[in-house]
Design a protein. Sequence first.
Length: 127
Amino acid sequence: MEDEMAAAYYAKAADLGNLDSMVNLGIMCSTGRGTERDVGRAVKLWSKAARRGHPAACTELAKSKLRKLENQKEKEKTRALTESSKRKEKEKKKESELDVAMRLLESAAKYEYAPAVELLKFLQEKS
């Protein structure tokens, strides 16, 4: 019951433009805690706050894009691609998602937001 109340309060505050509430409600939506699981809604909330420069929103949005990218990679491992044009198209999309995630993390890192800095360093070391 407490989670549902928190989600309701975050929703009201988010509707009024509170960036922290957008981030927190987005996290609740992405996990289904206190509200119906709705990743699309979470991404919209984080995107709105990220456009206004909120570092946690940038980080959550980047993490969402990286999860999406990882899920795509896992799906590709389980099925063989038959056409080279499909492979090229998917690679372009992956690169685009990674570029967006990196830009979001760089934006959040400018504010010295520790989770963004750490994830950015990890990704830079990995590539």
